[in-house]
Design a protein around this ligand. Structure first.
Ligand SMILES: [Zn+2]
Length: 118
């Protein structure tokens, strides 16, 4: 999961750190409104905590891809021993599904909760 906010000038995504499980925790660290510097245009813009949104990070996709590549390699090894098995595929797609579901619910949880203006 990654946290991003939109730049008010060039509308590019700005990464928000630290990554917290929910908005209330993030507010404790950053405050209700805070300043973010855009990596693209250098503009420092005032951001409200509710403007931050959670998204899938690249590592999420890399992990999911690993769950796809891993059984393919296992299949190759197994078939070289003359064993044809779909078990690695079933297991890994199960893991991938569970991982994706978990990551998705974390993102939804973060995005659904709003702190509101103070
Ligand atoms: Zn910008």
């Amino acid at each position: 999961m990654k946290l991003i906010a939109c730049c008010g000038k060039c509308f590019k995504d700005i990464k928000v750190t630290p990554i917290k499980r929910d908005r209330a925790e993030l507010e404790e660290v950053l405050g209700n409104t805070f300043y973010l510097r855009c990596e693209k245009c250098g503009e420092k813009s005032k951001t409200h905590i509710d403007e931050v949104k959670a998204e899938h990070s690249v590592t999420n996709y890399v992990k999911m891809l690993t769950f796809l590549i891993l059984p393919t390699i296992l299949m190759k090894i197994l078939s070289s021993y003359g064993v044809i098995s779909t078990v690695p595929f079933i297991l890994c797609s199960g893991f991938m599904g569970a991982y994706y579901f978990d990551a998705n619910s974390k993102i939804k949880e973060f995005n659904s909760f709003r702190v509101g203006k103070k």
